[in-house]
Design a protein around this ligand. Structure first.
Ligand SMILES: [Zn+2]
Length: 260
């Protein structure tokens, strides 16, 4: 089975002590590729070097809304330079977070809208963070237009999911769907068109059911895949094949076609 973790912060300090072991466990679990979305300008260099030195790690550059206090308007110009020079697999992580207090909404919008424009300008997919803000995210995607991408760790309604599919966006699902109480999300996952589904861990965040309070890691993507398969009552291989193909297409990956 081959899996792609479409959203992993594998570059962050939480993995500095045992990154090699974590990567080995991921590969043993079938995770042949990870998309690594950046958080802030300060981390771009480390992220690039890591993706250059390891097979199967793919960078995205962006300015994450939760780190608003670290961003400066000129970082958007720097981001543009990085994208042009490095040609990453996506723009992100960017988006809107209306759940956490103290993040000015207008400022978030300014950073988000500009990053959507960059994605369009450079013809790259965009990796979107949307917490309590799916409505505004949809409006921004519409306003900018001609975009493709993923709303990661989707937590909106079925109606919002439909609107995003109509705009050509995929939805990323991970740890949260493994919790039995997440009825609405599990309902969406069990009935949604497979072509818009991506698997993710959001490592080191969003631990799976049974792992609360612990560091999440890409190897657990296999459990996410199995959970989706159970919810849809199909073989996990079907979910793995479909989501890996989706990730390859969206992020322009050329993963090996060899048989497993
Ligand atoms: Zn993230």
């Amino acid at each position: 089975m081959k899996l792609v973790d479409s959203h992993s912060h594998f570059d962050v300090a939480e993995f500095d002590d045992d990154r090699g072991e974590v990567l080995a466990r991921a590969r043993a679990a079938g995770v042949i590729a990870q998309i690594l979305p950046a958080i802030s300008l300060a981390g771009f260099g480390k992220l690039r070097d890591m993706c250059r030195s390891e097979v199967g790690l793919y960078p995205a550059y962006g300015l994450h809304p939760l780190f608003l206090s670290e961003h400066r308007p000129e970082h958007l110009d720097e981001l543009s330079t990085w994208i042009e020079r490095e040609r990453p697999n996506a723009v992100g992580e960017c988006g809107l977070d209306f759940y956490v207090d103290g993040l000015d909404r207008d400022t978030q919008h300014r950073y988000f809208d500009r990053q959507l424009e960059l994605a369009r300008e450079f013809d790259l997919p965009v990796i979107v963070h949307a917490r309590r803000a799916v409505e505004d995210v949809i409006a921004a995607i519409r306003r900018v237009g001609q975009l493709r991408g993923v709303v990661h760790s989707f937590s909106g309604s079925l109606e919002q999911a439909y609107l995003l599919w109509k705009l050509g966006f995929s939805l990323g699902f991970g740890g949260p769907i493994t919790y039995p109480r997440a009825r609405r999300l599990r309902e969406i996952v069990s009935t949604m068109p497979l072509e818009f589904l991506l698997l993710e861990t959001d490592s080191p965040d969003q631990p799976l059911h049974g792992h609360q309070g612990r560091r999440n890691e890409p190897a657990f993507l296999l459990d996410v895949c199995q959970c989706v398969a159970e919810l849809r009552n199909v073989d996990p291989e079907i979910i793995a094949k479909a989501t890996t193909t989706n990730a390859e297409r969206l992020f322009g990956l050329s993963l090996s076609r060899s048989k497993d």
